[in-house]
Structures are given as C-alpha cells and as structure tokens.
Design a protein around this ligand. Structure first.
Ligand code: KIV
Length: 284
C-alpha cells in the first residue's frame, strides 16, 4: 500500500520520516524496496542527471519525463515531484496549471515548490485544486542568482525571523510538509516545534520531522564537490570506476566474454559450415 499524506503526518513528533531523491525507474525501485517513506523527483536532476550548472534550465517536460519513471518504480513510497523554475513564479494560474499537469501526467502524490511568504498564494491555489504541496524554504536553489550563491540561510536575527514567517505562511496556505534547506539546526528545530506541517531537513540538523538527501550525494556517486551536510553511505564512484576500468581491460585482452557469457552452437553445424564454400552460403 502506498503511503498517504495522513500516514506521513501521523509521524509528526513520533518517528522521523526518510526521503531520498530519484530520477529513474530502477533507482526508485531500489529506494522503495528499502522502505524509504518518500521519494523526491527533485529539479536537482538538472545538476546530477543532466549536467547543468544549476537547476534553472529544467523544464516541466523534464520533470514529467523523470517523474513518470519514478512513479512506475515506487510501490509504497509517497512520490513528490518538483515544480521547476518559472513553472509557478509568474502567476497563480501558471502554478495551478503546471502543478495539475505534473500530477495528471506523472501520477505523483504531491508537488514541491520553492519560496515562502511570496509564494503562499500559489500554494493556497494548488492545494485548493486538490494537489498536496511540499513547500521549500531556506536555501532555495532556483534563486541562486538572487541569493548570491549556495549559502546557509537564517543565521542573522532578521533572516531567522523571515524563515519563521515563511514557515508559518506556507503552512497556513496549505503545505502539508516544508523542506528546510541549509538552515542552522537549532532554528530548524524551533520551526519544527512551531509547525503542524512535517519539516523535512537537508542540511538542517536532526531536529526536523524527516530528512532528505540527493541519492547520488549519499552514495558517493559523484566525485565533485559534496556539501558539508551530506553523509556518504557508500563510495559508488570508486566502485563504478573500478568496474569500468576492469571491463575496458578485459575487452582489450579478450578475457571478456568468457564461455559462461557466450552462446554455443553444435559441432555438427559448424563442421557443415566449414565444409560449405562461403560464397555458396552467401548466395543461398
Ligand atoms: O531538487 C532537489 O533535489 C531538492 C532537494 C535538495 C530538497 O529540492
């Protein structure tokens, strides 16, 4: 049985919720099999799947394409699909239409969008249309240019107050969960205690109601920069690199494929072939 928003909300103040990103069918299946509660088809796919410098170029079509694959792979996990840059910023109408399209075409259980007080009207309209919303405040990567880079948010008194107001606004607008990205742990804990919505932290300490990580980061799949908040549960990059190198070597040495990876043909057929003129075979 797939988890519902009520199953997740029941966990508030009880057992923390686990969430990971996924962008394809097989990864979603494995994450789902591990019993992870929520899967996020993040617009981080721009960085980790498509090789863009940031998430700004990701389109609604990209999100739908990957979202469909993830939903097909997830049986029990609650699937959230990100609304990409400029799919909700321009107007409330855009927000509802694009959220509706994402939900209709992917069959996901909720959408996520970035922004606090300024985007509360979008969240309200989307939830009124019957689409559950996960809000995303703190470091909001779609605003990387306005923020002047990827920085911890809420460290000054003014910023901390703004984050508390953002959390309140998105919750009042109807968001059932709030992603808190790169927020000091004690502030994230305070927001969590104040909120009825579930808080899901990424770089926000263990006082949140749940945690989310980009799966490539936590598996050590990428060998580039890793944010401080990431814990590497595996070193997949090394494992894959070694496997690819060994494969290359074995191809070059003809030690792959071995007999076990090869299809056989009877001696008789081969003998008959050798005895036939090859030109005759080609003409027949
Ligand atoms: O796009 C994404 O992967 C996200 C997480 C970082 C929360 O929004």
């Amino acid at each position: 049985m797939r988890k519902s928003i009520f199953d997740l909300l029941d966990r508030k103040g009880q057992q923390p919720v686990s969430m990971l990103t996924a962008y394809d069918y097989n990864t979603a299946r494995t994450i789902d099999e591990a019993g992870i509660d929520m899967i996020l088809v993040g617009d981080s796919l721009g960085n980790v799947m498509l090789g863009y410098e940031n998430t700004l170029a990701v389109t609604v079509e990209d999100m739908i394409h990957h979202g469909k694959a993830v939903v097909r792979g997830a049986r029990q996990a609650f699937v959230v699909v990100d609304m990409p840059f400029m799919s909700y910023q321009a107007s409330v109408e855009d927000a509802v239409r694009n959220a509706g399209r994402i939900m209709k075409e992917t069959n996901c259980q909720a959408v996520k969008l970035e922004g606090g007080v300024e985007y509360a009207d979008r969240i309200k309209a989307i939830t009124q249309a019957g689409i559950p919303v996960v809000a995303h405040i703190g470091l909001t990567p779609q605003s990387v240019n306005a923020m002047g880079g990827y920085k911890v948010q809420g460290k000054s008194l003014e910023q901390a107050k703004k984050l508390i107001r953002d959390a309140q606004a998105v919750e009042e607008a109807g968001a059932f969960a709030i992603t808190l990205e790169c927020v000091p742990a004690t502030l994230a804990k305070l927001i969590t205690e104040q909120a009825k919505a579930l808080t899901i932290g990424i770089g926000a300490g263990n006082g949140c109601d749940g945690q989310v990580l980009v799966y490539q980061d936590m598996l050590g799949y990428t060998d580039g920069f890793t944010p401080k908040f990431v814990k590497k549960y595996a070193d997949l990059h090394s494992v894959m690199l070694e496997a690819f190198k060994q494969y290359k070597q074995e191809c070059e040495q003809r030690s792959f494929p071995e007999t076990g990876q090869t299809y056989a043909i009877s001696e008789e057929v081969m003998q008959a072939l050798f005895e036939t003129e090859i030109e005759e075979v080609k003409r027949s």
